[in-house]
Design a protein. Sequence first.
Lengths: 985, 340
Amino acid sequence: MGGIAIVGLDCAFPGAPDAEAYWDLLMRGGESVGEVPPQRWEADELPDTVPESARAGINRGGFVAGADGFDNDFFALSPREAAAMDPQQRLLLQCAWRALEDSGQAPGALAGTDTGVFVGVMGGEWGRLRMGDPSRVTPQLGAGSAAGMTANRISYHLNLTGPSLAVDTACSSSLVAVHLAANALLAGECDTALAGGVNLVLTPALGLMYSQLGLGSPDGRCKPFSADADGIGRSDGLGLVVLRRLEDAVADGQRIYAVIRGSAVNQDGRSNGVTAPNRWSQQKVLEAAYRRAGVTADKITFVEAHGTGTALGDAIECAALGGVHAVPRKKTCAVGSVKGNIGHTEGAAGIAGLIKVALALHHRIVPASRHADRENAQLRLAERGLRLLKSPMRLPAGEILAGVSSIGMGGTNAHMVLAGPPRTPRRAARPAGETEPVGVFTVTGDTPDALRRNLADQAEAFARRPRGGAASLGFSSNRVKTGLPYRFAVAARDTTELAERLRQAAAHGIDAGTPAHRSWTRPVVAFVYTGQGSQYPAMTAGLYRDSAAYRHFLGEADAALTRHTGRSTRELILRGDEAGYDTGDAQTALFAVGYALTRTLGELGIQPAAVLGHSLGEYAAAVAAGALDLDQAAELVAARAELMRNLPAGGGMLAVGAGPEALAELLAAEPTLALAAVNSPADSVLSGPLDALDRAALRLAGRGLRTRRLDVTRAFHSPRMAPVATGLRELADGLRPATPRLPMASSRYGRLLHDEPLDAAYWAGQATDPVLFGAALTALATEVAPTHLVEIGPRPTLLPLARRAGLAPGTEHLHPVPGPEADGRQLAELVATLYRAGLDPEWAALYPAEYRTVERLRPYVFSAENRYWSRRADRATTPAPVERPVTPVSTPVAAPVEQTEDPVLAAVIDAVVTVGQYRPDRVLASTRFYEDLGFDSVMIMQLKDVVQDALPHLGEVSIRQLLPALRSVGTLADFLRELALARVS
Amino acid sequence: MTEAATAYLASVGTALPGDPVDNAVLGKLLGVSEEWIDIFVGTRSRYFGRDLGTGEVRWSLADLCAQAAAEALESAALEAPDIEFLILSTTTPDTLLPTTASQVADRLGLDYLPVYQLQAGCSGAVQALDLGRTLIASGRRAGLVVGGDVTHRHLDFNRDLARIPTDELVNYLLFGDGAGAAVLTAEPLGEQVAVRGVLNSLTGLGRPAGQTVDWYGLTDRDQDRPLLREDYKAIEEQVPVMAVEIFWELLEQVGWQVEDLDHLLPPQLSERMTTRIVERLAVPGVHEVSCVGETGNTGNALPFLQLARLLPDLRSGQRALAVTVESSKWIKAGFALEKV
């Protein structure tokens, strides 16, 4: 059966800054009504005409803490604009980001989609407070005060292009907004919708009105369906749900809180009065909703009622509910209202009820209705098929249906039917005895502080959990917690390790003194392939166990090689024979490892910008560069291995800590010796007969030079390899290599390849010629300028050599398999490192399919440091100065401001600070108008005026002239300076 | 028993703290030879939730039980709201109140459900299973059974260990810390292992306790009576006899022949005792599933640790029988499983 899935949510209500706290408040049966904070209004501000008995109630209510805080920098909004914005817009913008994260996706990933935004909002109090005085009107204040902007801001800042609208049906606004969103999804107008509402109590006006109508509670508390019910207490609240069509949500593996099965909206029409409730219309909206949902009233387990706690309102609502629910049924329908806990959140009342029901269906328990213990007997609930929830109700297994009601003062009624999430598990059970894979957990923030704040928050969340696997959490974080400029990533196998590493990073910097990573560019990665000598028994076995991708690609290489060798190279590697490999097996095995590592990294989105192979390593490098395909390379490597195996044993190699110049004399004296490799200006290898090598070692030792015999049984890269060269030339006669797609440094030529084909002649010569690794790496480093070198092989050999010799200075060195103990962890750490450096990996390839599930993570924690709400400015009777942000007391005043001798630059900085009300230390010559300061066309207009006033000798400057210069503050200053010179001359 | 009353094991989770402590390390701490441990106890390694050097308790019983239970939930692909009861058995709760069972429920995010704690020894896991099976039979859909023990209150590695009498010293060699958990369901989910029979029977009328685990309070904390006492002679005599009886009684209860059996989970007092019991049972061709050699005697966790080893090998249609004896007041316990 179809429906609309609630896949994400976020909210803030009095005493509950987030959804977790909201649920906790409800389950505790808590209440969060108190005295009005002086920031809203002073208790003694009420007109003298208000009777004493009503004053306390009007001056009480539910107020969210920190409603003045706003992370405007996160959304690149100037302080001036932030200060002019209705706090309902500000808070809802942050709420939207968090709700989308809760739905298991990075909000940025929705940019450009037709996602819709539907916001219920009835309070225009900010506008009335700010726009009342025409002399204070500004463009920012205009946009900042419009109700529609609560929705449109979200669409703008997240770049969502679906329907975006504010709904005002008084107290049913937010449930009507959700109804419209669900319909838009069903009609195909959008594929994702954000829906909900917001309400902030800024003035006592509505409280006075309720009081005058006899609807205001004398103690400011709603007591729904209670014998003590005596009226409404007003409250703040905001909440958004993320909606998808059920089939889409299931297909995308999203977690589902609950499913909207049907909803209805109607009107009282011409009832007893425009503000009077109507029993029959309320009953009809219930009937319509049940009909649309395809359910009957007896199947509804509980209803979250509107339940304002006015005697008349409660009576009419119960009569309407009874008109539908007083049918033969197994059990009476449980009824409650969240208003007993948090008060009446008006425009956000429907979303408060809806989120309560969604969480109840998710947790399979319905919170008790506060004040239900003093049930109003006159409501005759039992005979109406209803019962008031006096204690929390655990929901039985099986499908549960629930309803939510919301009723507007003007007669617009809404009802919605919800069901619990689908019972089918989102993933298969995991077989016993499986080791949990290593995941990479990512966190990002818009500033280093934001990153630390969120690292600490995630660490705290995981520290509270029992120790358990971290792979699915990693996968989820890769989906949700990426996309902001400052990046953190860490590999972890379980939650305890993860919590500890996050905590460390939050407390002591991301890694050794680095406060946070922000990469302006992507990393440039070069792959460097090792040759013979790096092999060892069971090399890469740990990675093979942990990485499905590596298993797959080692299998591919094995199949290609087996066609030519007749036996499994994979088994040769994995059986871990302590005797090691003969020279033939070593070559096929290293080629297989090199190929499989390359492809595994490729699956993870790590593609080399250039490659370089050392001796045998050139074959896998050539495949990576696209010069050879796997089969061509496998045939060549198998042949090379066989030819070298068949050479008579004898001969060897000697590594010498000296460059070729120092060896010239020795080579002249020992004509049977050949220079086999120049690995760096101070690292060479000699090749030749053993007796000659022994003599050479003695002579070199006499000169104080370090030497070391290599563990090989042939004199590779010497004229003794001539039969191999001949064999390869014959075999590869018809080889038609492709042109490399990537820059490839040749260790045969000691430079980047240009037009030379990697044909038979190349591979033949490659076997006998010396390996010019040092020169090749230097050429690669110079011409490609990599930021990272990744060694491809079973252990690091070339990178330590490069580091010792100072080749490719300034590059970071990484290895997916740093030694025999390596497993999936080191690969994960390599991915984490490159992510921090700016690479965007293909995360899914890191996780086995059964771990690619999206778990709920704690949503982004915004900065509450900037506060924008000054009462004095609000109510000033004399013409107020421009709207100013309130500088937090804790902010150190006057951080180092860029000192400038340049009067034009100084004037521009002043003008920018004036227009946006930025902290002066935020505006530097390098600061960018759009990305950093969030400039828009209105601000540009204002900037032009201020600049012209400040620099009168410029004369008139047109916007058209100005626009191209508006890259950074510095570029604008440069432009103006030149303009002034031009006009003077 | 009707089909509706069958409970199924959907998954098992286990938790062993830190790195294993081998006999070399333990022997050094206790001043006995590695070989001596090997000959008399046979256990090769065990785990401790405390740091043996500093004595700091790094894993409480609740930590271990919550970890095991979370793993079981995760493996079964179930979530907190699906769980309708929790039963935890232990000899060594972290505090008397709140119960470790309720602390574990809190860690797992469980609320508004019946939570039981059983005070028991080696038969505790079976008692929990028995009760869980009853709850499933009465209509609950899914629940957690958990068992675990920690030794830090009863074994003091910081005292002068050279002067402990041998019969007390043995305790230091036998026991280890650990926890295990299983998800029980009314429908076959996850591993889909049907619980065909459970035996849980006190048989100690008039018999002196074979094992005593004592505790001190405010009024008797200065006494130096040992907290752990075992009548090893009685245990060595009685346990194998009882194990054989349990084995046959369970087979009879579920109506299986010896030949029907594929796996046997024998009592895990110590590696030596287990070997002796298995020899005595002499079931041909059956696959023995034991863990005590690697984990030590972890009390209430043992059957779960054995189950964790059994499940990867248990194929559809195969049958397994578990036998356990609690020698405190001589409790016979065991269960019969069949993978559907």
